[in-house]
Ligand binder design. Structure first.
Ligand code: FAD
Length: 368
């Protein structure tokens, strides 16, 4: 009997496992499912270190574009592609995905502050200058002098987005296995997880990849883990909804709540998560002139490689070579880049690697 063929795949359709249920794994599953695959997804929904459910959901480059960097090109592309993708997922799932794409403001409080911000943005090769405008706020003692406005940037609710994706995938009959994978075996042309046989594995395990690295024979490829948290408070002040960024912080002022982010600490665990939250509230006070108490803390761990670019491609993984596809290393940019990278992955999996827009994200850049 002939093997079934995928509409967009040369050769027999591959039986795929996806490890990871964050934004990388779920957007990958969505695109694969649309292309005719039926991947099996492994991973726990409420896993401790998961970055995607801790994320703030702000999409903003703070005006910075290094035109020579594929990372920045992809982030800029995501400002155009994500709003349309969110519309599509909301309409297909029938589940609301709160979002606000009316631009992001970076406040400046003094003339000196303005000059520093502008010199950071307007680098010699900056080609995104058309994206910025200066806005003057109404006069009030608590207001900044003005804002630099990035008109394409915005915010969406990551948790609502992930829930909507899961809803679509389950309706399409995609199987979720609520467990972490500890090991896999390559047997001839197949790779096995708990006695289930697959052609390939898509590894979308974010910071959880650290536990699988020894299994993968790629210890030479260094990864860095950076924990962090966001805080969600009830909204008490009046005024319009707005997204603001400054320094390492941003604040999403929504109808009924305010989401503040994000902090960073080395490794999985914070030495003192309460002190870290206090520092975040202080930084928000300094950068945005807003005071908050309490707040719901969400923490997660980001993963990055040395060059801060995601890894989207096959890597030489010793005995598992050619069987494990990496979709990981999104660091602080997963909300921007996961969907674009899922499309890149689909090109490779369907043997159309030459159609990739960001081949720089592949493993060719590493010497392992
Ligand atoms: C506090 C914070 C705020 C952030 N804010 C933003 C933001 O505003 N904008 C932005 O663009 N990015 C933001 N980020 C970054 C963004 O969240 C990440 O880049 C993105 O979520 C990474 O997605 P991922 O799917 O690769 O990893 P994760 O979301 O970490 O998902 C990994 C998945 O793999 C699973 N897993 C791990 N090990 C195994 C295993 N052995 N077997 C099976 N499954 C496994 C986990 O359970 C999890 O489901 C933030 C991150 C943090 C921590």
């Amino acid at each position: 009997m002939n093997s079934p063929k995928s509409p967009s795949c040369e050769g027999p359709i591959k039986h795929l496992a996806i490890l990871g249920r964050g934004i990388a794994g779920l957007t990958a599953a969505y695109h694969l499912s649309k292309a005719g695959f039926k991947p099996v997804i492994f991973g726990r929904k409420q896993a401790g270190a998961q970055a995607s459910r801790a994320a703030q959901g702000v999409l903003c480059n703070k005006g910075l574009i290094f035109f020579e960097s594929p990372l920045f090109k992809a982030k800029l592309e995501s400002l155009r592609s994500m709003p349309a993708f969110l519309d599509r997922i909301e309409s297909e799932s029938g589940q609301p995905i709160p979002r606000l794409f009316q631009g992001v403001n970076e406040p400046f409080w003094t003339e000196d502050d303005f000059q520093k911000t502008v010199s950071r943005i307007y680098r010699g090769k900056f080609w995104g200058a058309h994206r910025t405008q200066i806005q003057t706020p109404p006069k009030s003692t608590n207001n900044p002098l003005g804002y630099i406005h990035y008109p394409d940037d915005g915010w969406f609710d990551p948790r609502a987005f992930l829930d909507a994706l899961e809803h679509i995938l389950k309706r399409e009959g995609i199987l979720f296995i609520e467990e972490d994978v500890e090991t896999f075996q390559t047997i001839d042309t197949k790779i096995e997880i708990n006695k289930q046989s697959f052609d390939q594995i898509i590894l979308a395990t974010g910071a959880g990849s650290a536990n699988l690295w020894p299994e993968l024979d790629c210890k030479a490829l260094r990864m860095f883990l950076i924990g962090g948290q966001t805080l969600e408070c009830e909204r008490q002040m009046v005024g319009d909804e707005a997204i603001q960024v400054k320094g390492n912080q941003s604040i999403a002022i929504l109808k009924d709540k305010v989401i503040m982010g994000s902090t960073s600490w080395p490794g999985f665990e914070s030495a003192d998560i309460k002190a870290d939250a206090d520092q975040l509230r202080d930084a928000i006070q300094t950068n945005f002139g807003q005071t908050f108490t309490g707040g719901l803390s969400r923490s997660g761990t980001r993963m990055r490689f040395k060059d801060r670019m995601p890894l989207v491609g096959w890597l030489n993984t010793g005995k598992h070579a050619g069987k494990i596809y990496f979709l990981t290393g999104f660091y602080k940019n997963g909300m921007h880049l996961a969907e674009i990278c899922a499309r890149e992955m689909l090109c490779d999996i369907t043997n159309k690697g030459d159609e990739r827009s960001y081949p720089e994200f592949s493993a060719l850049r590493f010497s392992v």
